[in-house]
Design a binder for this molecule. Structure first.
Ligand code: FES
Ligand code: FE2
Length: 377
């Protein structure tokens, strides 16, 4: 992928909140506009249209003669979801609303017929629903949410994923919690050594008590971090040594730290996870203010027989150990944090500690670089 600087923001920074160093990030409850997002799994879109809410917008994905389309899921007549409709004109790329038969062209959302008002209906050509640019690649349907010409898909989606040798293991879930809490958890450098101690994936891993010298590392495309040596056990003043069970012979420290980086509009790349040779991606796609679609993607570059070996290993092991159990521990924390941030003023009340410098770097990075903040309007 060519390394290009991200376009600068297109929205005004709110003058009343200049003192807040990441006010645009704080406003981005529903995420950022003008980006490509994974929308749904290809294999889940067959004959029946599928309704999905992304960034607070209601979409319907439709497959017509093999090709995917996305429209606003709201009939302009009386608001019935178009996902209830079907194609009434075989051979055309259209969807007809379940209620009065208004019919829309899937490629541009224009109303091309109103069945119950006859072929001469004067509403034809006068109304339209929003249509969204779509790409179907690597078992996923990707959609551009925004209001300008979408940037080239290949420049926006990581080449690890689009590589023709890339074989993917994907898990998509709907999780509770604002997308930013999930994104920050993904980058958070300090929780793993404590929260994930009892995950099945890490039964043989000896976690350090703490990491030293965690510092953000900002590139023109992402925010990651560097760290100093990890310390296996610490002497905590007036309390004693932790952990006390340091001598479990079956546990060994990791030899090489993983490298994590968080990208706009909200996806993480971790190399390697859950095991050497697999690169992990996760997208936190806002659904509404308090939910997000969590796309986990394991990527292995391989071909032929090894591709099937990886698929088997993914479905037998890595999906359950990595995507379900290990990252399920994070999901629980994100869900538990959400009321604090959504109801109790957490963005103003949180008390951050030294390792969180990585999170504040990410927030400032978004504030300065995000293309546009999504809003309910
Ligand atoms: Fe869709 Fe009437 S509500 S046609
Ligand atoms: Fe985690």
């Amino acid at each position: 992928m060519t390394q290009q600087p991200l376009p600068t923001g297109t929205e005004e920074i709110s003058p009343t909140r200049k003192s807040n160093p990441w006010s645009r990030y704080e406003e981005a409850v529903l995420g950022f506009r003008n980006y490509w997002y994974p929308g749904m799994l290809s294999r889940h879109l067959r004959r029946k249209p599928v309704a999905v809410q992304l960034l607070g917008e209601k979409l319907v994905f439709v497959r017509s003669q093999g090709k995917c389309y996305a429209l606003e899921n709201r009939c302009p007549h009386r608001g019935v979801p178009l996902s209830m409709g079907t194609c009434e004109f075989p051979g055309t790329h259209t969807i007809t609303c379940r209620y009065h038969g208004w019919t829309f062209d899937l490629s541009d959302g224009l109303c091309v017929a109103a069945i119950t008002d006859g072929p001469e209906s004067s509403i034809v050509g006068k109304v339209r629903v929003s249509s969204y640019p779509v790409e179907e690649r690597k078992g996923l349907i990707w959609v551009f949410i925004g209001d300008r010409q979408p940037p080239p898909f290949e420049e926006e989606v990581p080449e690890d994923i689009l590589d023709e040798k890339a074989v993917l293991g994907i898990r998509v879930t709907q999780r509770i919690g604002n997308w930013r809490l999930a994104a920050e958890n993904g980058l958070d450098a300090s929780h793993a050594a404590y929260l994930h101690r009892n995950a099945w994936l890490t039964v043989f891993r000896r976690f350090p008590a703490y990491k030293t010298n965690i510092l953000p590392e900002i590139s023109n495309r992402s925010v990651g971090y560097t760290q100093g040596p990890s310390v296996l056990a610490g002497d905590y003043p007036a309390l004693g040594r932790w952990p006390q069970n340091e001598q479990q012979w079956w546990k060994n420290p990791r030899k090489r730290p993983t490298v994590s980086a968080l990208h706009l509009p909200g996806f993480l790349r971790v190399d390697p996870f859950p095991t050497p040779g697999i690169v992990h991606f996760e997208w936190y796609v806002p659904s509404d203010e308090r939910h997000h679609h969590y796309f986990q993607i394991s990527v292995k570059k391989t071909t032929a027989l090894n591709a099937w070996r990886f698929r088997l290993a993914y479905w037998l092991w890595w999906r359950w150990l990595g995507h379900v159990d290990f990252n399920g521990q994070d999901a629980e924390m994100v869900q538990l944090m959400d009321p604090f941030y959504s109801e109790e003023g957490g963005w103003g009340r949180e008390r951050l500690f030294r390792p969180d410098v990585v999170l504040t770097a990410w927030r400032k990075y978004c504030h300065e670089n995000a293309r546009a903040v999504q809003s309910r309007e």
